[in-house]
Design a protein around this ligand. Structure first.
Ligand code: IPD
Ligand code: CA
Ligand code: CA
Length: 271
């Protein structure tokens, strides 16, 4: 039976992700412009990123006023309840800016530093993915109701379809391109969706064999990491580490180990 606290956190996260997803999908201005930039001129924030984060934090605070927040667009409070919400209100902002469909709302709840609930909504797919710690991972879709998520059986690495992402900082991107240059001939193929949260959920759903990226932040990966693990995937950073800013790897067992080792050999991480 699901812990009643986790059940409450899941309900709230799903409601917040659905409402923010609706706002982003239905409220996207035709003349959407960049509101500001962050780590580099191509690391953009739109008014919709900011509006979605406000909607999510207002909604959650309305239900649970004592919880803390870590949100990409600035939400940062300690809280007193022991629960902290880790939020990327719009993961895949560049896709959203260009009108491409792969973007998501990512909301995780942590207790004592462990992610216990993760929700990723991908409105243009009509899908929402969720997981509760120890309770498996599920997707709800516009067409096929609710279904269990399970990563796919491992193919040999040379037949693995692996996604990755590239950073907004040119030097980091150059390094990532060098790693990808060495990796691509050893795989079936590579994908770059533009949303880390969607990549992690696609590993969970068996739509990818693996995913890796350097330079992710907690809000990019908190929800998707739990969803991938609860669907049977392995996740980590460098060998022996949890996913972190230096490196995030998620893959079906059997692909994870050789992929993580190659990334170690190729120096794919950076502290
Ligand atoms: C980005 C996306 C992208 C990944 C970047 C992230 P944002 O998040 O997840 O796929 O490659 O590292 O920063 O900026 O769209 O929220
Ligand atoms: Ca993000
Ligand atoms: Ca974002």
């Amino acid at each position: 039976m699901t812990d009643p606290l986790y059940a409450e956190l899941l309900r709230i996260a799903q409601e917040a992700a659905r409402r923010a997803g609706d706002l982003l999908r239905d409220g996207r201005p035709a003349d959407l412009a960049v509101a500001k930039t962050k780590s580099s001129p191509i690391d953009v924030v739109t008014e919709m990123d900011i509006a979605a984060e406000k909607l999510i934090t207002d909604l959650i605070s309305g239900h649970r006023p004592d919880d803390g927040f870590l949100g990409e667009e600035g939400a940062s409070t300690e809280g007193t309840s022991g629960v902290r919400w880790v939020i990327d209100p719009l993961d895949g902002t560049v896709n959203y800016l260009y009108g491409l469909p792969t973007w998501a709302v990512s909301i995780a709840a942590e207790q004592a530093g462990e992610t216990v609930v993760g929700v990723v909504a991908a409105p243009m797919r009509g899908e929402m993915y969720h997981a509760v710690r120890g309770g498996g991972a599920r997707a709800t879709g516009a067409w096929d109701g609710e279904r269990e998520l399970a990563c796919r059986p491992a193919p040999p690495l040379e037949q693995a379809l692996v996604s990755t992402g590239f950073n907004y900082v040119t030097d980091v991107k150059r390094h990532q391109a060098e790693v990808a240059h060495r990796l691509i001939p050893l795989l079936r193929d590579i994908r770059r969706s533009g949303s880390a949260a969607v990549d992690l959920c696609d590993v969970a759903a068996g739509r990818l064999d693996g995913y890796y990226e350097r330079g992710l932040h907690p809000w990019d990966l908190a929800a998707g990491d739990l969803i991938a693990r609860e669907a049977g995937a392995m996740t980590g950073g460098r060998p022996g580490e949890r996913p972190n800013h230096a490196l995030t790897v998620a893959a079906t067992p059997g692909v994870f180990e050789p992929l993580q080792q190659l990334l170690e050999d190729f120096g794919a991480w950076h502290d």
